[in-house]
Design a binder for this molecule. Structure first.
Ligand code: 8YV
Length: 313
């Protein structure tokens, strides 16, 4: 199938997905260019669609500079790097990639949580450094049967909860509205934090959720509490978190996301009670292919006048 439309691929997608785009469309690969500004200027009059992956930003300025733009296919369920309001005003459709990454992100949440409680990374370093020859690794903390709180009970929140049931956790959650799920609902995030051992953040980023997890939520989570963030760095006040971790206000954290990625402050890196991952929640060969394929399928559907798989505006 060939569709005579010009697609700007802004970020590096999995190779098989790029091949799908190449086979179907005329492609313009911004990520391969060194002078991106210059290239954007050159191709801007002819671009019909964008394929993009966070953290690449699609600003109002970029949208305005593309007169023929009709669709932005975002690689990721979160689309906070795209100015969706500007897109809507300019009559540009935006799509995302929900569901195909639920398992992966939920699995990563489990891995992070267990790594913090059972000190898996520290234990591994202990063995590699041959310290086992001298002493036993210190005892860690039991996770099964603990109280697990989830901030955000969307598709991924549900997938995390399902997994935590297998660990006999007492599961509760906070979200703007009560959901039709069997878990206990807290209308206040502070109350949720006060009543759980682990608080797992899986709510969309953006202005509405900025710094929802602040100093006072962390104080409520308390000195035995663990924070897991698998959503967006912006949801947690990172400065307050670092202070809380340093002062023992909470016990530990497992973070896959940060403010201003990929820059992670030394203050966090130097802490012992954290497990830090480079935003790999969805990063497997299988899932990243499914996500990229969904970006492609949305853009194909749009230019074939078919219903979009996952529109966000
Ligand atoms: C992606 C994500 O890896 O889906 C999301 O919202 O954050 C991740 O799954 C990201 O979009 C790519 O950088």
């Amino acid at each position: 199938m060939k569709i005579d439309k010009n697609i700007l691929i802004m970020s590096k997608f999995p190779q098989r997905v790029v091949e799908h785009f190449d086979e179907t469309f005329n492609t313009f690969k911004l990520y391969e260019e060194t002078d991106k500004q210059k290239y954007l200027k050159e191709v801007s009059p002819i671009i019909d669609g964008i394929a993009v992956m966070g953290p690449t930003v699609v600003s109002a300025e970029i949208i305005s500079s593309l007169p023929k733009l009709k669709i932005i296919g975002n690689f990721g369920v979160g689309f906070d790097a795209i100015d969706v309001k500007k897109a809507s005003d300019a009559n540009v459709m935006v799509t995302n990639t929900p569901d195909v990454l639920n398992d992966e992100v939920a699995d990563t949440a489990v891995a992070l949580t267990l790594s913090v409680y059972r000190q898996i990374i520290e234990a591994n370093k202990f063995l590699l450094n041959r310290l086992w020859l001298k002493s036993e690794f210190p005892l860690s903390r039991k996770f099964s049967g603990t109280k697990f709180g989830i901030l955000g009970m969307g598709r991924i929140g549900k997938a995390i909860a399902k997994r935590m049931e297998a660990f006999d956790c007492d599961i509760s959650y906070h979200s703007r509205n009560k959901k039709n799920v069997k878990y206990k609902y807290f209308s206040s995030l502070e109350n949720l934090a006060e009543n759980v051992d682990t608080l797992c953040v899986i709510t969309p980023g953006g202005e509405e959720t900025k710094h929802l997890v602040n100093k006072s939520v962390l104080e409520k989570l308390g000195k035995n509490g663990v924070l897991i963030n698998i959503a967006r760095g912006s949801v947690v006040d990172q400065k307050a978190l670092i202070e809380a971790l340093k002062a023992g206000v909470i016990s530990g954290a497992g973070l896959d996301v940060f403010d201003n990625e990929p820059n992670v402050p030394n203050d966090l890196i130097e802490l012992e009670n954290v497990v830090l991952l480079p935003h790999v929640g969805s990063a497997t060969i299988e899932t990243r292919y499914e996500m990229g394929k969904m970006v492609y399928d949305n853009i194909v559907a749009f230019f074939s006048n078919k219903k979009l798989l996952s529109p966000v505006n």
